[in-house]
Design a protein. Sequence first.
Length: 1241
Amino acid sequence: MKNKEFTCHYIYHQNNLKNLIDKYCKQAKNIVLYCNNFSRKNILNLALTDYDIAKDCYYSLDKYLYDTLKISAYKGKKVQIYDYSYEKFTDSNNFNNNLPNFTITPLSCDMTSILDDFVKALGKSENQTISKTMTQELEKENKNIDFLIICINEKLKIPILQKLKSFDEYQKLNEYKLNEQIELVFNELIQNIKDIYAEGYELVYKIIINAFLGIVNIFRLKSFLTKTQPLLVIGDSAFESFKAYKEISKWSEDKYSYAIYNAITQLLISDIGYIFTLFENKIDHYTLIIDNKILFDFSGFGTIRNQSLAYHKQDLAIHLQSNEEIFKDFHNKKFLKLITQNSKEELILHSRYSIKEALKKQMSLDQNRLSYIESPYFNSITLAQIIKDLKGEKNESYYAKNFLIITNAPQKYNAGLHQKLTEEIFENTIIYPDTIEDETQNDILIKAPKDYDTTIDYSKYKIDIIDNEKDAFVLSLSPFICLNYQTYQGFKDTVKEKEELFKDITDNNLENIFQYMNFIKTPSNINKIHNYHYLQSIFYQANNKKTFLEKQKQYFQEGIECIRTYIDSITHIAQPKIGTYTGVVYKGEGFVKKNVFTITDVILLALTYYMIKHFYSFIQTDFQAWWKLFSNYESIQIEEEESIDILPTNVFLNINEEKIPLCFSKQQKAKLAKNEIFCIEEFVDYLEQLKDHEISDEEDRQFLSSLIEPQSENHQTQDEAVEYNLKQIKALIEKEKISNKKINDELNELIKDIEKNNINKIPYNPQKTIVAMMDVFIDKFFPFADFLRADEFKFAKLLSKTILNFLTLKAQKAFYESIGISYLLFLMMNSSIQMKKVKIQNQEQFNKRLKRLNKIALLELCYMQKNKNKYEAIMLVDDLSFKELKNHDGFKDITNISKKQIFQYKFNFTLKNIRSIAKESFISLPQAIITDLINQLWISAYEQSKKEHERLQFLNFAHKYNPPYVLAKKPTNTQEGFISYPMFINNTFVSFNFTSMFTGGKLQTGGLGEKEALFIYHKDVGGAKRVRNYLLNKLFAYLCLDELRSKTGDLKTIEDIDFFNTYSYLHDLAIKPRLLKLKHEEDFLIPDCLSKTQKENIQKYNQKLQAINNDEAKRALYDEYKRSCDNGLSENSLNPIDAYHQCMDYLEDMDNDVFNTKATNNTPDPLKHRNFLKALDTIGQNNIKALYVGVNKKRLENQERVKHEKFNQSNIKQTIIAEKPPKMIGRLATTIIMKNGLCIG
């Protein structure tokens, strides 16, 4: 590294940043900006009309930079902007610019180079856009759909998979799972394109391909998510700008284009969606360089400045300055060699190439006992893994691995990833109380809407942190703001008064006009109006509640209609119609009720009833409303709102030409009063009541014996053509049998090799054959299979056991045969055999031989499924040693299975996409086709594609509750009310022992090594305290009691809106933290070795501390905190107010360089930093209770009323009122990670 002299300054306020930029731009000759998607059309001076926010409430940092740089260019200064944007490919970023000294140069990441290669394969010339290229290629007669699909596979899918393997985060994932997900998504994309092309939508086809290319940047997630769910970006610095709103206009309204977007949405909502943030064409720093001597990095600033004083955020920009042109080669990444060292500080600049190793080095140092991290989000798999890997590091001191993370509570789009890091990497446990309901839903069904509280009760939410000598102790907290409800009411009254004054304005009444103008010009009134509008934007969910309920009802009804469609496909059969109209003969098709059902029909209806019964909150069988008295159907009522006809009356179950009366409900069975009746409800009851669902070896042998029957040697020979066909089929099955056995042998060899390498045991429990068959049946032939497979194989075992014990042997065989023939037809269709046209002479003999072949085919299907389950268990082993084994050169030799062969057979086994099988092949099992029809209902019907897209967004991206920490409690007779909402973290830093820190960049997927980034390492040396003061004062501000915020030791309550807006807490403290306590417990010892002056100073400080206990007001306040916070604590738990005192002691010790000893007596304290985090954890959990206890009082009263029906009303109220919220201690609470979040981050 080259030692260069430059200085570093911190900037906390946007006004200060703008003033400095203005100052240096006036004198500048050359200005360079590195940014994401710099374009005038994306600059917004926001007015969010949806939330009635005043137009001048926001001012964009982007807009300021654009205007400043444009003015500088007009004045003759050279302005160069390096813009990471995908738009160069769509030609939508053409800049109308007449200034030769104002240049925007688009840059691209690796993903856009893949897109370039894809387009070149289509024949793109140098100067052509993608759109023009696609239009030309699609118009060429010799370039058809097959050519396009080859290009998508070879130039998009394969390069993407290859590129993923080079990413560090990919190594933390399961390669098998990721490849599978990408395969499924690209298959869906290609299938949708084929469907469009097949239906003759040539012009539409071009539109869709262009739309696909426009967002093949899955890839531009900020834009994609904003367009699909604008509410996601409210107050969210992760998608750092509201400017993406402007891009809504680019969202294609063509109803046909949504089919492509749906496939991408399915990928993003998967649990590996976060890996695709690596493909975003963006950088993780926002940097301005002036004359190559001055650098401003404002990556840690929110891009929006809200004029409201109620809007609190943590910003940090870095200003570096030198007398030399040290940033001249910044564009060539040569800033890596920049370092400055002097008597007070050390500064080093890191790019993406060096930051990971630099962090690893610092975190592994034994003397770094506590790392304090602050970030808008904590979504970095790499950083989490670095922390976890410290477990193997040898430290001189136990409990040396301590991490404090202060971050915004994750939102819907990234909460799933934060949860994975917390539970799977850090091994902490998130405890969601029963006040947080699981909203069961799937891609098809939604429960009926019910009124709900927009605020979730998190009062019993907590995170249990793993605490031992080896593992890192990782504590995550989030800051929030709390305002007195009367203060909020004052804002509201001011707005109301302004509106009343405006109503009084008339043309002839100048006095009222002047009164109104004076009112809105008064600074205090302006502040209150801005504050009110900002707070209204925070509580936006209350306004959206009606829309959510309406949408939920719509999708509930669509789900019911989907079930009806499915049931109708089983209970009805198509029948051709021929008639005449005005003398013209016409042919058509109608559907009539079936009178006779197969055992497969019955099993599918039973599965449907089970799913209905366990999904919806309320059902009633044998439902007969007055309008159904003559319907001749058995019905089910669902959620007291809808009814479904599940089975016609007077129908039969046909088993080998034997007809058995069939009914759905037990009530109907009682009415029929016949000896032998098959009742579907009884079948499901039997399944539900099974306690032992394990299949015994004897039961599995029973199943196998029903399939393996001796072949009669005396069968009558058929016609030559018939014999030829039967031999062809038998040979096909034998080929499948050999293939299955070979794969099974090779998988067993692989397991042996894995165990030789001392890798964790394969989590594979060999499945019984009948369970494997039932598993594949559920998966392939029941469209709601995902609902039944939450607990893998359990339902398949239950169904297997019920089949064996409830059905007669004849019924069992008939069921097995129907599954076998479907798989046999699949094998025939996917083979090259040619069948001869025949005339069957002996139908009975032919049927026997065909049934035997069906059973053999079913047996091979079972073996295939068992191999598949075994292979998946192997590939899902999450062990680094196994990953190294798979990547070893000898892997192919060891197993005799190349990875390519493995994946080929795996995807051949996955019959998920039944549309790839000719529908006519399923004549013997027509209801199986409905799996395809269910999908077609919303996805492939193009007039429905937009509806499906909206549905996916609603189910997966919308969140109907207030964000964490957003709640309002109105005052009561016993408690003051308050308004609370998040304090937004925009800055990013990782610090060590409060003496050094890395700042800049983003702690997200790809942020530490994959995306362009700038990190500044700043370390205090020689007794300097710049880093220390900044970090300790921030923590003090988060923790200080409301009554001690004057920082003089006097009791004086200061509200958040005043305390945090002064930024005074970022300067040196006027008083020691120990003096900001309510109770003093331990004096400092005075060693004999000290000088007289030193002894006197310690004695004076002890006297100041002792004076705390002589202050009656403080003693009373301490007792108030103690009583308030003591409710619900276990006997040995630390009271939160005492935890606060520990924190004040700790902050003072850090300020005094007392890192590893007890300050009062200078004895070793190995648990010092761990105990500090535990005290913070206690405070965080206390503040969760302070915010949420009693928040949904009415709902709790209703629950108590159900539990205590014998009690009177007063007893119920006493039960609820018993738990009161504790007093808040500071403004840090346990980070709330919402349930059912996505993994985009």
